[in-house]
Write a protein that binds this ligand. Structure first.
Ligand code: ZN
Ligand code: ZN
Length: 137
């Protein structure tokens, strides 16, 4: 599936080819910290097919529990996370951050990983009161 997207400040824009069957929620503590929220959602990029159309990305390299190095790419202006990619030979794990994809409504998660560190409340969002916009609480 061909998609496009970009960051919050619009400096970074891209096109990519993704597999809509590989949309994963990641509850690992690194995703929680790096996103500043409860979990990450990524979609698998097919055949390294990611093309930056504008802007530049900054990358932070982290060492995963498995020892592999993951490059976390983000917009240096606004901090929006764009993708995570394994560094080195035969790397195949290339995940695009779903929240930056214009067609994200079509990218429905198919699996949840690292559930051992999931925040307990995410399992039942329906029990939390909902508002259409920011209410005055
Ligand atoms: Zn930006
Ligand atoms: Zn994660």
């Amino acid at each position: 599936m061909k998609i496009d997207g970009g960051c919050l400040c619009t400096n970074v824009t891209y096109e990519a080819e993704v597999n809509p069957e590989r949309v994963v929620i990641c509850h690992c503590t690194d995703c929680q910290t790096h996103s500043g929220t409860a979990y990450g959602v990524v979609v698998g990029i097919i055949d390294e097919c990611f093309h930056l159309l504008s802007g530049t990305l900054k990358t932070y390299e982290k060492i995963a529990e498995s020892g592999t190095v993951r490059a976390l790419a983000f917009c240096p202006e606004c901090g929006t996370r764009i993708y995570a990619k394994t560094v080195g030979e035969g790397s195949s794990l290339f995940g695009l951050r779903v929240g930056t994809v214009r067609q994200r409504a079509q990218l429905i998660p198919k699996a949840q990983v690292w559930c051992r560190s999931a925040q307990e409340w995410v399992g039942d969002l329906t029990s939390i009161p909902k508002y259409e916009k920011q209410p005055t609480l």
